[in-house]
Ligand binder design. Structure first.
Ligand SMILES: Nc1nc2c(ncn2[C@@H]2O[C@H](COP(=O)(O)OP(=O)(O)OP(=O)(O)O)[C@@H](O)[C@H]2O)c(=O)[nH]1
Ligand SMILES: [Mg+2]
Length: 426
């Protein structure tokens, strides 16, 4: 059989450890990021230090050691655990003769490859241009052009519009940034309108958030499978890879007893997510900000689970999403030796692939979201078709009786709708 896969570029990963207890975990992530970028990681090294060396990131001795180790292993690319300055990249490249990729470039590259929708593509492009802008210098264009990318997929700088970096100067990049920002704003306005419509519907909004690959999309799909009749049409993309999801998907979930809510699935997180990327994905993450409940999906089978939870919390803090009620959903329990499903306070241990787990998760969502809802009896005049239609659309009707004096309705209402219908309550 002919193997059409491009030959993977061998890469060496390395980082400076400033006595960070999470250092090993960051390096594990870096390895995953490199793999996701189609690099073949052949070795790794680290240096304990009090400070980063301004010009070269590592000390010179360490750099030499890395150069030799990488050469022995036939590595062509050196992947660094932090975001580097342009000078650091240049110096390391000239000292090691390896092509250097920093963590930010690696993440941006993966996002670039995964982006499908216009919005996601623009968001990634914006983050990338903002990363490149301070790294541009006319006299270095030749070097920059040679640098290209460490990914097997081609030049980092040369993709997108098809222009080479040589042709780009600060001014044109600046113009591109403004144009993208403008287009994103227009898209975002449309998004706002859509979101306003959903808000109008008064259905509670529930947002899945969490570390990449935790099982957010799988959880959404299984909620659709168990509770929606047209599940197959509405499934979202799930896959065992970093950043499978970049676009926010929104679905309506209809549970028993006419309890319905709006569920959103969105981009996953990772440590040291480049700030530009978080900034440019803000619109996409708006759903989480507006939510009535956040489900923080965690991979319970991963031994780095605790760091992953902290990472998610950090990104949520950065997005200023701090006041939304949250449940923590420990997923992939089937890969652990613990009994599931299990609910404890605001937490659930479950498997997104297990229907019984999904039912219990739904029960927990109902408990959290519909807590302030009240069951009320209303009598609407027979002529008041408008409000009756409203209740059918947005309330949870439990009973309805057409009598001479009007329509007797037993309905579960949100706090907002309780307010709206107060005057009509008998
Ligand atoms: N064994 C097992 N695998 C699961 C479970 N839930 C999800 N997975 C797998 O985990 C991988 C990632 O799942 P996704 O749902 O795509 O993860 P995600 O959180 O949406 O990831 P991103 O979109 O990258 O942020 C897929 O291969 C799923 O099949 C589970 O309960 N058990
Ligand atoms: Mg996903």
């Amino acid at each position: 059989m002919i193997d059409n896969q491009p030959k993977k570029i061998k890469a060496f990963i390395a980082g400076v450890n400033l006595n960070d207890p999470n250092f090993d975990y960051y390096m594990t992530e870096l390895r995953e990021l490199a793999l996701a970028n189609n690099l073949d990681v052949v070795g790794q090294a680290s240096q304990k230090a009090e400070n980063i060396v301004a010009g070269t990131y590592f000390g010179v001795g360490k750099l030499n050691q890395i150069k030799n180790m990488a050469r022995e292993l036939h590595a062509k690319t050196l992947v660094i655990n932090d975001e580097l300055s342009p000078t650091q990249i240049r110096n390391i490249e000239s000292m090691t003769k390896l092509k250097v990729l920093d963590r930010t470039e690696l993440i941006l590259e993966i996002f670039s490859n995964r982006a499908r929708s216009r919005q996601a593509k623009l968001q990634v492009q914006l983050a990338r241009l903002q990363y490149e802008l301070p790294r541009l210098h006319p006299s270095e264009n030749n070097l920059d052009q040679q640098r290209g990318s460490g990914g097997a997929s081609g030049g980092f700088a040369n993709r997108g519009s098809g222009e080479t970096k040589l042709e780009l100067n600060r001014r044109t990049i600046g113009k591109q940034i403004s144009a993208i920002k403008k287009e994103l704003k227009d898209i975002s306005k449309q998004e706002e309108i859509k979101s306003a419509r959903r808000n109008n519907s008064r259905l509670p909004q529930v947002a899945l958030v969490g570390y990449t690959n935790a099982g957010k999309s799988t959880t959404m799909n299984e909620l659709l499978n168990v509770f929606s009749e047209e599940a197959s049409k509405k499934q979202v993309f799930e896959k065992n890879m970093l950043f499978a999801t970049l676009d926010t998907s929104v679905r309506r979930i209809d549970l028993k007893d006419d309890l319905s809510f709006i569920l959103s699935d969105t981009v996953g997180f990772i440590s040291k997510l480049p700030h530009n990327l978080i900034e440019s994905f803000k619109a996409t993450l708006q759903e989480a900000k507006d939510a009535d409940l956040i489900i923080n999906v965690v991979d319970a089978s991963d031994h780095n689970m605790v760091q992953m939870i902290k990472t998610t919390q950090k990104v949520l803090d950065e997005l200023k999403i701090t006041n939304v009620p949250m449940i923590t959903a420990y997923n992939k329990a089937d890969l652990t030796d613990r009994n599931y499903p299990q609910i404890e306070g605001n937490d659930i241990l479950y498997s997104a692939k297990d229907p019984e787990s999904i039912k219990q998760l739904a029960d927990l969502i109902v408990k959290k979201v519909f807590d302030n809802y009240e069951k009320v009896n209303l009598v609407l005049p027979l002529s008041d078709g408008k409000n009756l239609a409203y209740l059918h659309e947005y309330g949870q009707i439990l009973n309805e009786d057409f009598k001479d004096d009007g329509v007797h309705v037993t309905v579960r209402l949100s706090p907002k709708d309780l307010e709206k219908f107060k005057i009509k309550t008998v």
